[in-house]
Design a protein around this ligand. Sequence first.
Ligand SMILES: [Zn+2]
Length: 104
Amino acid sequence: MGDLDGSACESCGRAAVPAEPSCGACGGEVAPRAFTPEGTVMSVTRVRVPADGGPGPCALVVVQLAAGAQLMASAPEARFDDLAPGRRVRVVLSPIGLQVEPSA
Ligand SMILES: [Zn+2]
């Protein structure tokens, strides 16, 4: 399945998804890098009132990818109870942004 496009710092190694224009930790040069979309839920919160134009009520999830980058993604609110911290998940890029689904 599709890898996620991100970046890795050539100085300190910081990994980021989506890609950063320069390293958010040390300001160094970054190079494009693809990340396996498997990771672990670090935290999850319920969004009841979305921003203008944003997706409706949803779960907002911080995911630590196995390959090192940490990212924020969303999921349908109905999945909230399946996304407790520690759960293994897969991240996919959809037309409305990064989405999380429980891993098989
Ligand atoms: Zn860096």
